[in-house]
Design a protein around this ligand. Structure first.
Ligand SMILES: *[C@@H]1O[C@H](CO)[C@@H](O)[C@H](O)[C@H]1NC(C)=O
Ligand SMILES: *[C@@H]1O[C@H](CO)[C@@H](O)[C@H](O)[C@H]1NC(C)=O
Length: 205
């Protein structure tokens, strides 16, 4: 029994080491893209990987949300002027009949249906893929000039009849907000802008 337990323990330990190792810096992208910076976001099993180019203020990035079912949408975005959901300039991914669809959505208010729309800044090379239960959104962001630190929001919710539906309001959903600095790699928050999200119980994003 003792031996069995210690073997089990070893398996559990090595599994969690493997999981941790794959979480951020050592994750291998199918594109073989190498990102200089990677941060694990505090909730919702998500990671943000990027290269920031100071010369032209662009960010090549990948948002990776792990353990996503086929009927789940994921989204990540920057909120330039506010905290929380309203105003977020989002990248959205959801599975359609041909694969993982990626598009942009400017989340103007709490009644959003996460419909496709242009963002206030330019986004290039947007695509998404699903690999071993992870959804990865790739994009190049042309950051608003002179800024490298932003409020960020990330989220996931159900897909119903091909359309994104309202996300749950668990603490993970309410705390998936904070700030990101693309130069220093510093993250802050995780709850900061969530109060607004919490109070309005009608939000989709
Ligand atoms: C921005 O600069 C990087 C690094 O020099 C370069 O690889 C990239 O192509 C540039 N992007 C644009 C949109 O000019
Ligand atoms: C599914 O997503 C792909 C990739 O974005 C897109 O090219 C295609 O038009 C989408 N199909 C439907 C039916 O929406």
């Amino acid at each position: 029994m003792g031996k069995f337990l210690s073997i089990l323990f070893c398996i559990l330990i090595s599994n969690s080491i493997l999981t941790l190792a794959q979480d951020c810096n050592t994750y291998t992208f199918t594109s073989n893209a190498i990102f200089a910076t990677c941060v694990s976001l505090p909730v919702q099993n998500s990671h943000l990987h990027w290269n920031y180019h100071q010369t032209n203020g662009t960010v090549d990035m990948a948002y990776r949300h792990t353990g996503v079912s086929a009927s789940t949408w994921v989204a990540w975005g920057l909120n330039l002027d506010r905290t929380g959901m309203a105003g977020t300039q989002a990248l959205v991914a959801l599975q359609n009949s041909t694969g993982e669809r990626a598009y942009t959505s400017s989340v103007d208010d709490y009644n959003t249906q996460l419909q496709e729309s242009r963002l206030s800044f330019e986004v290039r090379n947007l695509r998404a893929e699903r690999v071993n239960g992870d959804v990865v959104i790739y994009a190049t962001l042309v950051l608003p000039s002179g800024r490298t630190s932003f409020n960020q929001v990330w989220q996931s919710g159900p897909v119903t009849n091909g359309a994104p539906g309202r996300h749950a309001m668990n603490s993970e959903n309410r705390n998936s907000v904070g700030t990101v600095d693309f130069v220093t790699g510093a993250l802050a928050g995780g709850g900061g802008g969530g109060n607004v999200l919490h109070r309005r119980n009608v939000s989709l994003f």
